[in-house]
Design a protein around this ligand. Structure first.
Ligand code: ATP
Ligand code: MG
Length: 250
């Protein structure tokens, strides 16, 4: 469903990962873990083209786009438009919820469908209410973010991404900024989506949740990405300091 082929990304002389080739199955939650600084966020950002990779190819469903080394800066028009279409296939949720503070929960959710998809306002409101009820927040539709808990704000952020009807949801440590008591309400939404057959890629340090939702975990380490049985991940996960094996290349 999401197919990554020989994906390589560097920042200047620093190679973050090289020749990553793998597939994430449709309708499943895939968990990505690894030490800090090993490229998990960069990898997700490449998948929704927030970050341009150096070379490789990404396929989502029946659409794919890729390029060779040196081509990213001068993509032909057809590739640029394919890239725009690919962007719409993914929804991304970040650690910081980034809701618009001057818009209600419902307005945060309906904004992109109205502005990007030109959806009529009435239709967008219906859709927004349906999606807010999926994340258990229809009663907060008219609340401003400042009146919502962190867990509620993150659920609105998930609803906002879902409103664009993506094929794949990407989460970069969606519970890291939350009070531990609020983590489960966000994970429960993701569990529901999993039951409904949404394809989800999740970067997290929560070993318990990772084991719970998947029998394997993709580990980023030293510029490579490999699947491991989730039962093999230690309780403490990964060290939070540094990424062994990654060094600046001449
Ligand atoms: N915009 C950037 N410019 C230069 N270097 C960057 C940039 N973004 C990330 N990096 C570097 O790329 C490497 C991977 O960073 P990334 O944020 O993807 O790691 P991560 O695995 O998500 O770490 P964490 O678990 O701390 O979130 C790091 O060495 C980081 O310093
Ligand atoms: Mg990160």
């Amino acid at each position: 469903m999401v197919k990554i082929e020989t994906l390589t990304k560097s920042f200047g002389a620093h190679t973050v990962f090289e020749n990553v080739t793998l597939e994430f199955p449709r309708g499943r939650m895939s968990v990505i873990m690894g030490p800090s600084g090993c490229g998990k966020s960069t990898f997700l950002r490449c998948i929704n083209f927030l970050e341009m990779f150096d070379s490789g190819r990404i396929a989502i469903g029946d659409l794919s786009v890729g390029w060779n080394h040196g081509e990213a800066d001068r993509l032909p028009l057809d590739k640029k438009s394919a890239l725009q279409k690919m962007r719409l296939k993914t929804g991304m949720v970040f650690q910081s919820f980034n809701l618009f503070p001057h818009l209600t929960a419902l307005e945060n959710v309906t904004l992109a469908p109205i502005q990007v998809k030109q959806m009529p306002a009435r239709e967008a409101v219906d859709l927004g209410r349906t999606i807010l009820s999926r994340v258990g927040l229809v009663d907060k539709a008219d609340a401003y973010p400042s009146r919502l808990s962190g867990g509620q704000q993150q659920r609105v952020a998930i609803a906002r991404s879902l409103a664009m009807q993506p094929e794949v949801m990407l989460y970069d440590e969606p519970t890291s900024a939350l009070d531990p008591r609020l983590v489960d309400e966000v994970f429960n939404v993701m569990r529901e989506l999993d039951n409904e057959g949404m394809t989800q890629l999740l970067v997290t340090h929560h070993v318990r949740f990772a084991r719970d939702v998947s029998d394997r975990v993709l580990i980023f380490e030293s510029g490579r990405a490999e699947w491991h049985p989730s039962s093999a991940i230690g309780e403490t996960g990964f060290p939070s300091s540094g990424c062994p094996g990654i060094s600046l290349q001449a």
